[in-house]
Design a protein around this ligand. Structure first.
Ligand code: NAD
Length: 483
């Protein structure tokens, strides 16, 4: 069953960039859902801080329409909307100047939990951090939340970490990777470390290979200019896919506490072998008669940026020696799905029909669209006619298992913001983790740039470029179907 909602302490949460796209689409609708669930105390306050003198009423109107547009509120939850909106405040702030900081300072109740969400471009992080301190707004207990992208390479990530660490301790910094807030991601840890069943099999002796897929049907949409400077490697692999890889591959932490978990994740990243050039495939979606190409969407007709990446990775440690981790992510693919599949080895010997030893157990963990897990097992086909075997999925779709309560499950942003208020950093990336991740991806990107690598074209609505199929076929394996 879904865990009972435990209200958090009263807080003042300041959202720098509180009028922006992320705040309106994700952060405020998420907070509204927590309010409806009874988790947000009546004297908690959310303070939008942004450019533009729209005033308190203007801000409340803006967020009311954002919740209606993006929050998909139920008729029942709309009864709570006025009360939630009454907890919203607004301060016009000039992040790079002096305007508004005095007003903000006077508004904050420093004896409560204080959190500052930096929902602005990373180039502004340093200015906010410095002014929070020079205006004596942030206390030593205050928390700051920073959004991705956290740098675009090791050097810029180090620079960002330096800027933040001049003003805040690591224990105050919450680097968001919203994939870590997903229910199934935490369930992955519960399955691994809360059951005796899987952990003994979770190693090179029993696991044949692991596939991590994050497939999107959308293209670069309105984010073309931003995405074109980034690409799938920086936008998805360096953060989301590597975080999933860490949770799958890490050793059991001694406790479920922030540093114990993050220490183990860091060890995984540091054990990743450098990736050989022929173990990476870059792709870019091509035009069809009815859909535009990546280059048209990105408004850069000479772009060599990848909208797809597939990688074969290896972790050099005892547990995973020789086990390939196949990672892939792409845009405009045939279906929207995020899945981790642990493919176990074939039977060493079958006492049944000849083909029975070809079947492999697969534990597939689905992150989206429907969070859940399936375990493919071999059973006898029911009925007479001898011992015929079939391979069937044991389906553990959470919506079925949890019944009506599954709707109460908070989404990733909701959960992570509440974790910030509780002061729990377990699901946030530590500075050294982010740097280690860039250290692994930088040489791959630098090699592409050095040889002006041209991405392979793939059709919109396909499963990705042909070369990505060949990457896994060469090893006698197949990608799981994107569906
Ligand atoms: P946005 O451009 O829609 O909004 C920017 C906000 O910052 C606005 O509220 C604006 O008033 C404020 N702002 C900008 N300059 C300011 C200044 N000098 N002084 C005061 N306020 C200022 O941006 P966004 O899409 O909401 O993205 C915010 C951050 O979140 C970015 O770092 C982005 O990369 C990251 N992010 C966004 C999304 C998304 O879906 N939009 C997803 C993941 C990460």
């Amino acid at each position: 069953m879904v865990s009972r909602v435990i209200p958090v302490e009263p807080f003042d949460l300041v959202i720098f960039g509180g009028t922006g796209d992320l705040a309106r689409r994700k952060i405020l609708p998420g907070l509204f859902r927590r309010f409806c669930a009874g988790q947000m105390p009546a004297d908690a306050r959310i303070i939008g801080a942004a450019r533009g003198d729209i005033g308190q009423q203007g801000y409340q109107d803006l967020i009311r329409s954002a919740i209606n547009e993006f929050g998909a509120p139920s008729a029942e939850s709309l009864e709570y909307l006025d009360a939630f909106i009454a907890q919203l405040h607004y301060v016009a702030v000039d992040i790079c100047g002096d305007g508004g900081w005095d007003d903000l300072s006077k508004l904050i109740r420093k004896d409560l939990v204080n959190a500052y969400y930096f929902s602005v471009a990373p180039s502004l992080f340093g200015d906010i951090a410095a002014r929070l301190n020079s205006w004596k707004i942030a206390t030593s207990e205050a928390r700051i939340v920073v959004e991705k992208p956290f740098g675009r390479d090791l050097q810029s990530a180090k620079a960002l970490n330096n800027v933040l660490s001049q003003q805040f301790n690591e224990s105050q910094i919450y680097r968001i990777d919203h994939y870590l807030g997903k229910e199934t991601v935490q369930n992955l840890m519960a399955v691994r470390f809360g059951n005796l069943l899987f952990e003994p099999l979770w190693n090179a002796q029993y696991v044949d290979h692991i596939q991590i897929t994050v497939a999107e049907t959308v293209g670069v949409g309105g984010r073309g200019a931003y995405y074109d400077k980034s690409g799938a490697m920086r936008d998805m692999v360096q953060n989301h896919l590597m975080q999933l890889l860490c949770l799958i591959a890490m050793e059991p932490p001694s406790h479920f506490d922030p540093d114990a978990v993050r220490d183990e994740k860091l060890k995984v990243i540091r054990s990743l072998a450098p990736v050989a050039a022929h173990h990476v495939v870059r792709g870019q979606y091509d035009a069809t008669t009815s859909t535009a190409s990546y280059r048209t969407d990105a408004e850069n007709l000479r772009s060599f940026t990848e909208s797809y990446v597939a990688i074969k990775a290896h972790i050099e440690n005892w547990r995973w020696a020789g086990v390939p981790f196949y990672l892939r992510t792409g845009k405009k693919l045939k279906a929207r799905t995020s899945e981790i599949a642990i493919v176990f080895k074939k039977l060493p010997h079958s006492i049944f029909e000849k083909s029975a030893d070809e079947k492999q157990n697969v534990l597939a963990i689905q992150l989206q669209p429907n969070e859940g897990m399936t375990l493919d097992v071999t059973i006898k086909e029911p009925g007479p006619g001898g011992m015929r075997l079939v391979h069937v999925p044991l389906d553990m779709t959470f919506a079925d298992a949890l019944g009506d309560h599954s709707e109460d499950t908070p989404d990733a942003y909701e959960r992570l913001i509440m974790d910030v208020i509780r002061g729990d950093q377990t699901l946030f990336m530590r500075g050294d983790e982010v740097e280690a991740a860039w250290k692994w991806t930088d040489p791959i990107i630098e090699a592409w740039e050095a040889r002006n690598d041209v991405p392979k074209l793939y059709d919109v609505g396909s499963a990705g470029p042909e070369d990505a199929m060949a990457l896994i076929h060469r090893d006698g394996r197949r990608w799981r179907e994107v569906k």
